[in-house]
Design a protein around this ligand. Structure first.
Ligand SMILES: [Zn+2]
Ligand SMILES: [Zn+2]
Length: 148
């Protein structure tokens, strides 16, 4: 399976060795750090349900893109999402590419970084990277989303 942006072979959830990736069915690109999510690859029921409900927003709506779904090669669509935080406010808008056929999504790493909590730590060690990812996935999978 190839990165829809740069054609690099994606690393599967099992190969990544990160439980947050295998739980949430996440394939990642070692070149651009983009993430491909797929509801069938997710081992967590919460995650796979969330991805399926997000998929509903891509079947009939969304703006066509030129990138192909890494799972089924159909042209993906893009929509703006925000997530509703516990205090009722919304996170910043992020663009998510979704496949109109299968329950798959593509996240550019730049979009993910906009969701990351600003912890002021410029020291990119793997621990803080993993922590930031875990927070991002908490946002993605535990907060209700709003389609804009
Ligand atoms: Zn890539
Ligand atoms: Zn697809």
């Amino acid at each position: 399976m190839l990165c829809p942006r740069d054609g690099t072979i994606l690393i599967s959830p099992e190969e990544s060795g990160k439980s947050v990736f295998s739980r949430n069915g996440i394939f990642h690109c070692p070149t651009c750090a983009g993430l491909a999510l797929n509801s069938e690859a997710a081992s967590s029921e919460i995650c796979s349900k969330k991805l399926e409900s997000m998929h509903d927003g891509f079947m009939d709506e969304g703006t066509p893109t030129d990138i192909c779904c890494p799972f089924c090669e159909v042209k993906m669509k893009v929509r703006d999402f925000a997530f509703r935080k516990i205090d009722g406010s919304l996170t910043e808008l992020i663009e998510i590419d979704g496949c109109p056929e299968c329950s798959s999504f593509w996240l550019d790493s730049g979009e993910l970084q906009r969701l990351s909590p600003p912890n002021g730590d410029k020291n990119e060690n793997t621990d803080s990277e993993a922590r930031a990812l875990a927070v991002v996935f908490d946002l993605l999978f535990h907060l209700p989303f709003v389609l804009l």
